[in-house]
Design a protein around this ligand. Structure first.
Ligand SMILES: NC(=O)c1ccc[n+]([C@@H]2O[C@H](COP(=O)([O-])OP(=O)(O)OC[C@H]3O[C@@H](n4cnc5c(N)ncnc54)[C@H](OP(=O)(O)O)[C@@H]3O)[C@@H](O)[C@H]2O)c1
Length: 263
């Protein structure tokens, strides 16, 4: 058990990226609080982690799309000074044309990817700010920047993660708290089957190994990076995108009517 690192909360820790985060954080000496819907899967991840690292692993079974369960997780993490990191990894998605998506599928994506991520961030933030330390890692997606048809709710939920996180980064600047955004490309996990579009449908060269993603993300965490783009060849592409965005905002934040709309 580590007194130095404290406890990292990992949501969606039943498998995929979340389970790899759990293993990598434990290797770094973090105790863990694993959050997920399935006790048996969380138990298996906890057992595997403890075989490799001498850390404490707690489990919290919760459906993050359920309001009462989310409130229970928020209450659990909001007043625990041992918690030093929150990995908002849980994600839900359903692929298909909007006209055919069920209300339940839409609601679940928004509840997990937006409402839960926001509520959990809000839950840990006061403690992190009071202690002047802590890391919140929000898992976005390249689809945040790519409005791919038939995945609109998911893409938009991840665009929310980017915008929300960037705004909170502005709030915590200089206060010792890291709000990190990790932006994976397509990754070979159960995600695609769960979403209804098996990964075999994606171009092979576009799919990253989950271990590569998590290795890069944890390297980014070790370095205190605010933005981790594991597949982007040059970080300068993101910096250029920010300059373009700022130019757009500068142009838009203007009370004068643009000349082309003047009769
Ligand atoms: N795989 C990709 O290509 C890809 C690309 C970009 C971003 N991402 C993001 O990466 C993160 C991890 O995804 P992954 O690839 O590891 O997919 P995954 O294997 O499907 O894992 C998703 C995790 O989220 C959990 N989850 C879903 N709905 C939940 C709910 N209502 N309550 C609690 N937990 C819930 C799942 O739990 P259950 O086991 O109970 O279903 C699972 O543990 C997600 O945020 C995803 O959006 C993935």
């Amino acid at each position: 058990m580590s007194d130095l690192k404290g406890t990292a909360v990992v949501t969606g820790a039943t498998g995929g990226v979340g389970a790899l985060y759990a293993a990598g954080l434990a290797e770094r000496g973090y105790d863990l609080l694993l959050v997920g819907r399935q006790q048996s899967s969380l138990d298996a991840v906890a057992k595997a982690v403890k075989q490799k690292a001498n850390v404490k692993v707690d489990i919290l079974v919760a459906n993050l799309a359920d309001t009462a369960d989310l409130a229970r997780v928020e209450a659990r993490i909001s007043n625990d000074p041992a918690i030093t990191a929150l990995i908002n990894n849980a994600g839900a998605a359903t692929f298909g044309p909007l006209a055919r998506l069920s209300a339940e599928a839409i609601d679940e994506t928004i509840a997990v990817n937006i409402t839960a991520l926001t509520g959990l961030t809000r839950a840990v933030l006061p403690g992190f700010l009071a202690r002047g330390a802590g890391a919140i890692v929000n898992i976005a997606s390249v689809l945040a920047f790519h409005p791919w048809p038939e995945f609109g709710v998911y893409n938009a939920s991840k665009a929310y993660v980017v915008s929300f996180s960037q705004a909170v980064q502005g709030e915590v600047a200089g206060k010792g708290v890291l709000v990190q955004v990790v932006t994976p490309p397509a990754v070979d996990t159960g995600f695609w089957n769960s979403a209804g579009l098996p990964v075999a449908n994606l171009p092979a060269g576009a799919v990253m190994k989950p271990q590569h993603l998590v290795d890069a993300a944890l390297k980014g965490l070790d370095r205190g990076e605010s933005w981790v783009f594991p597949s982007l060849p040059e970080q300068a592409i993101w910096e250029d995108h920010q300059k373009t965005r700022q130019a757009l905002v500068g142009g838009l934040m203007n009370g004068a009517l643009a000349a082309r709309y003047v009769a």
